[in-house]
Ligand binder design. Structure first.
Ligand SMILES: *Cc1c(COP(=O)(O)O)cnc(C)c1O
Length: 497
């Protein structure tokens, strides 16, 4: 299998090259040249495997330039109880009849980003070895809160790499900030940007595609790569848990062979839900992909009208990891929905960068509404949902997951569709303890962050993740804060070049 660029069809690279480069030289994203298929028998077989082997099975279809030994090295190291607090790696919990929470936050940083970022460093270092590249890999990350920490944990002290993370100064939760500022490791750096996530992401993308910067790096024996979900190495591990959850439901007898499910995903950069789309087109029986946004509802509007318009107010919300107005991975979806029309993608994404807006063709609009259903949920509704499902089902969920639960409820109310649904639960409630406690108990009950952690433990019965309780005693190592215009100089300065 080879990978093409969404902005230039004639680009053709192996998966190792796609993972190393992160983004194609003309700014496009790498997409596999076909979607491998799973039969009903394959899916049944997957149900009998442990998570690392399920991942191996899927990866062997996408990373065809990797040997079996290489893939096993990656999956066995990433998906073990060394890194995850449950044997199953991803837990599937029945919320009520017909609705299942796919808990993707049992990794070291308590958010779903770990599902991919625990394995990406193994993919990347293996790719570097395979391609006999003699360069140090510099990872630049823009984060809305969870990716940064997950990437730092994944890459800390990984030989031949260094990592630099940018986060929006006032756009992450107190726990997220503390997680990043206290990061350990000799090859890590963290810096706040006086701006929002889009500023961080645009800055990183601009540095990546700056040919002068690239040359400077190259002549110093370094090269950039990306740990953001623009990297295919982030996307492919996310496909695994959708296939895995279907196989699991089948195995448990919750669904019958061939029965369709819906998948509801709290969405920001469109990476997680796009993985659901890939799982569907590999052969997992999926009816609708339900795209849930917070009040930054650029995706809801896009899916419902075919017009993508980022010219709107940006809000900071209680679900900060979804506070995004430019959803990068949508580019991959549109490439697929236009039957790989790279010139249309260039046109639309050119317009997005010059005018902040584009409108897709009628045929794409039709396909969007066939595959997706989209809704949004504001902060008041998010908190009410956390409260309601706690009261009704004694289940404590985080703010992002609550957005998906609410939008799923709206979907059922509007369509009457009772298809069984997997809801992606993307973060531990401990990461957003402020809002979760306010929602469940009302008012400001406990003052300090760790008092809140104890309170959540009492209410939820979920053991406190040691990675979070440990933070209390860790010293802050990183306090830099810069203007977005200073990002490039900052990066070069940190690299000492
Ligand atoms: C990143 C993140 C999201 C959004 O996922 P995308 O793949 O960017 O759409 C949702 N919830 C949480 C907790 C996240 O960290």
């Amino acid at each position: 299998m080879f990978y093409n660029s969404t902005r230039n069809n004639s680009v053709k690279v192996t998966s190792a090259e796609a993972i190393i480069q992160g983004i194609s030289f003309e700014g496009g994203l790498f997409v596999p040249d076909s979607i491998p298929k799973l039969t009903a028998d394959d899916i049944k077989k997957i149900g009998d495997m442990k998570y690392a082997d399920r991942a191996f099975y899927i990866f062997s279809k996408y990373l065809t330039d990797f040997s079996e030994t290489e893939i096993h090295y990656c999956t066995d190291n990433a998906y073990s109880t060394k890194n995850f607090d449950t044997e199953n790696i991803a837990e599937l919990v029945k919320l009520f009849d017909g609705a299942y929470m796919l808990e993707l936050w049992h990794g070291p940083t308590c958010a779903f980003k770990d599902m991919a970022l625990q394995i990406l460093p193994y993919f990347l270092t293996t790719s570097v070895k395979k391609t006999k590249l003699d360069k140090k890999i510099v990872i630049l990350v823009a984060t809305s809160g969870d990716t940064g920490k997950a990437a730092l944990e994944g890459f800390k002290d990984v030989e031949g790499t260094s990592i630099l993370v940018f986060y929006p100064q006032d756009g992450v939760s107190p726990m997220q900030k503390r997680q990043m500022k206290t990061q350990e490791g000799s090859n890590v750096g963290v810096c706040a940007i006086k701006g929002n996530f889009d500023d961080c992401q645009n800055g990183v993308k601009a540095i990546f595609t700056d040919s002068e910067v690239k040359e400077t790096l190259s002549s110093n024996g370094m090269m950039f790569s990306s740990a953001n979900s623009i990297n295919w190495g982030r996307l492919v591990p996310q496909i695994v848990y959708y296939v895995s959850s279907y196989a699991e439901l089948l195995k448990k007898g919750e669904i019958s062979e061939g029965e369709k499910i819906n998948i509801a995903v709290p969405t920001g950069n469109f990476g997680n839900i796009l993985a659901g789309y890939y799982a569907k087109h590999m052969g997992v029986p999926v009816n609708k992909l339900i795209c849930a946004s917070n009040i930054n509802k650029v995706l809801t509007d896009f899916i419902n009208t075919g017009v993508y318009d980022r010219n709107r107010e940006f809000y900071t919300t209680v679900s900060p990891s979804m506070d995004i107005l430019i959803s990068s991975n949508l580019e991959r979806l549109l490439y697929l929905l236009t039957d790989k029309n790279d010139s249309l993608i260039r046109e639309w994404f050119g317009k997005l960068s010059t005018e902040g807006r584009y409108e897709v063709s009628e045929s794409v609009k039709e396909k969007l509404s066939e595959e997706f259903w989209a809704g949004f949920c504001d902060d008041t509704e998010t908190k009410k949902t956390i409260h309601d499902i706690y009261e009704k089902y004694s289940y404590t969920c985080d703010t992002h997951t609550a957005v998906a639960v609410k939008v799923y409820g709206d979907y059922v109310a509007q369509t009457g569709d009772r298809t069984k649904t997997v809801i992606a639960s993307t973060a531990s409630p401990y990461k957003f303890s402020d809002t979760v406690l306010e929602a469940i108990e009302g008012g400001e009950t406990v003052a300090d962050e760790y008092g809140k952690v104890d309170r959540i433990a009492k209410l939820s019965g979920i053991p406190v993740p040691t990675s979070l309780s440990e933070l209390k005693d860790k010293p802050e190592r990183f306090s830099d804060s810069i203007d977005k215009s200073e990002q490039k100089e900052y990066v070069l300065g940190k690299l000492g070049i």
